[in-house]
Design a binder for this molecule. Structure first.
Ligand code: NAD
Length: 482
């Protein structure tokens, strides 16, 4: 495959230093291609291009920008299969998942914001003989920094509203998964998007991401990634009074109440636990079950997990591929060992040496889905983000105890509640300290709704009007009526 390049001012270029990094297929250990190891000079070049394009792009009408978003959605739709294959190769996720989630949602992000923009109206308020007009302007040049778990899905979720509101962009995808961002840049070029509106700089976080956050003329940073990195981003950006949005880690609870219809929900619970090898920030990694049904639940859940098909991500029948890298595999395995040291019992799965996956290359970062029980809900294994295919089971005796257990982490991104009684689930959901609660469903997303976390899971919300608010500045113009 051709090397991945930066995309600056409408042209594909190498890092000015000429240095490169490798991107590796986690299912085989093979180097797929190289990407630029960029530095602050490349960020400077991309920012200059974005600033040069800024006033012209900001002056285009909303209707014109909406047409660009539709064109991008159409072009990504045409490339649906290519995108799914690139994403599967770069991340080790099953091809079926990459099609259904990553490729489809990337199209949907552009389509959604195009249609949302069509319905957008600015409010006016009349009082004291005057009319107040709420005027929106773009922030200017914005920086978008994204992680490796849903590479194009999360990048387009930021690019679409940023463009819609008239901003120009410097984007930095994860160094582990650069392929689909590179493809997006090629689509931008193919459809003739004015140069400088979208710029892409590849490389390492502390080198490229940090330079973006420090850049005085990048006035807004939208970041999705780990909590530790989010703290660095916040500490750097706050004294510069930059607008920042932080979508960070999670340790989400899946709460199974005593009336949950276990026969109907087991597949959903497996999906909520192990989609993308548990590497979705929304995955439930702690399952809290009413003690009255705990043993019944455990048997059914472990059996359903045992039916998952783990292996070659290119096979249509595979339901779980690899984790992102060998390094991450070792991190996840260290948590499985910690879980055992903390008193947990492995019900299914385990480290790759204890529970190897058959017929896969030894260089592949494969792990079996792992379920542990017997751990305190305050143990490290049950409170720290593992971000892999590991869940812990815990039992509770009443709803108050379940709420206390669910809220006993530093995180507060998402959670789900499973019950026959939707009203009961709704009431329970209001007691969880999280940004998102699903009742009898999971990853059911209406893109108009607020998405984001509380506590150490982040600051701010994305989605619908919340994204438009982040990517614009408001001026209230109060006009005295004659
Ligand atoms: P990460 O924090 O290591 O990296 C995220 C991005 O930040 C990458 O592009 C990285 O290169 C960059 N980066 C690293 N250091 C930086 C710095 N000093 N300044 C600026 N940028 C820097 O996260 P990851 O390992 O790529 O992704 C996994 C994490 O992302 C998990 O914690 C997961 O929960 C979280 N996540 C959250 C959401 C959400 O919506 N809340 C969604 C997906 C993933």
């Amino acid at each position: 495959m051709d090397p991945v390049l930066n995309y600056i001012d409408g042209a594909f270029v190498a890092a000015q230093s000429g240095e490169t990094l490798d991107t590796v297929n986690p299912a085989t250990g093979d180097v797929i291609t190289t990407l630029p190891r960029s530095g602050s000079v490349d960020v400077e070049a991309a920012t200059s291009a974005a600033l040069r394009a800024s006033s012209k792009w900001a002056a285009t009408s909303m209707a014109e920008r909406i047409q660009w978003l539709h064109r991008l959605a159409d072009a990504l739709d045409e490339d649906h299969e290519t995108i799914a294959r690139l994403e599967s190769m770069d991340t080790g996720k099953p091809i079926s998942l990459a099609r259904r989630v990553d490729a489809s949602r990337s199209v949907a992000n552009f389509r959604f914001f195009a249609e949302f923009g069509e319905q957008h109206e600015e409010p006016t308020f009349s009082d004291h003989g005057a009319v107040n007009h709420v005027h929106r302007s773009p922030i200017g040049c914005v920086g978008l920094i994204t992680p490796w778990n849903l590479p194009l899905y999360l990048l387009t979720w930021k690019v679409a509203p940023a463009m819609l509101m008239g901003n120009t962009i410097v984007a930095k995808p994860s160094e582990l998964t650069p392929l689909t961002a590179h493809h997006l840049a090629s689509v931008m070029q193919r459809i003739g998007l004015p140069k400088g509106v979208f710029n892409l700089v590849h490389g390492l976080g502390p080198e490229v991401g940090q330079a973006m956050v420090e850049h005085p003329q990048i006035r807004g940073i939208s970041f999705t990634g780990g909590t530790a990195t989010g703290k660095i981003v916040a500490a750097t950006a706050a004294p510069m009074f930059k607008k920042i949005s932080l979508e960070l880690g999670g340790k989400n609870a899946t709460v199974v109440l005593d009336d949950a219809p276990l026969d109907e929900i087991m597949d959903d619970l497996v999906r909520a636990s192990f989609t993308n090898s548990g590497q979705v920030c929304l995955c439930g990694s702690r399952i809290l079950v009413d003690s009255a049904i705990y043993e019944d639940f455990k048997g059914r859940f472990v059996e359903a997990v045992g039916r998952m098909v783990i292996g070659d991500p290119t096979e249509e029948s595979t339901t779980m591929g690899t984790v992102i890298s060998k390094d991450h595999q070792q991190k996840v395995e260290s948590y499985i060992r910690l879980g055992v040291e903390e008193g947990g019992k492995v019900l299914i799965g385990g480290t790759s040496s204890e529970a190897p996956v058959d017929n896969v290359p030894s260089e592949g970062a494969f792990l079996r889905p792992t379920v542990l029980e017997g751990l305190s809900h305050t143990s490290r294994t049950a409170t720290e983000e593992i971000f892999g295919p590991v869940v812990t089971l815990h039992s509770f005796d009443n709803e108050d105890e379940a709420v206390a257990m669910a809220n006993a982490t530093e995180y507060g991104l998402a959670g789900s509640v499973w019950t026959k009684d939707a009203k009961r689930g709704h009431a329970f959901g209001q007691r969880l300290d999280t940004g998102i609660v699903w009742v009898n469903t999971w990853l059911n997303r209406d893109l108009r709704t607020p998405f984001g976390g509380v506590k150490q899971s982040g600051v701010g919300r994305e989605g619908g009007a919340w994204s438009l608010n982040f990517f614009s500045e408001l001026t209230n113009i109060c006009v005295l009526q004659p």
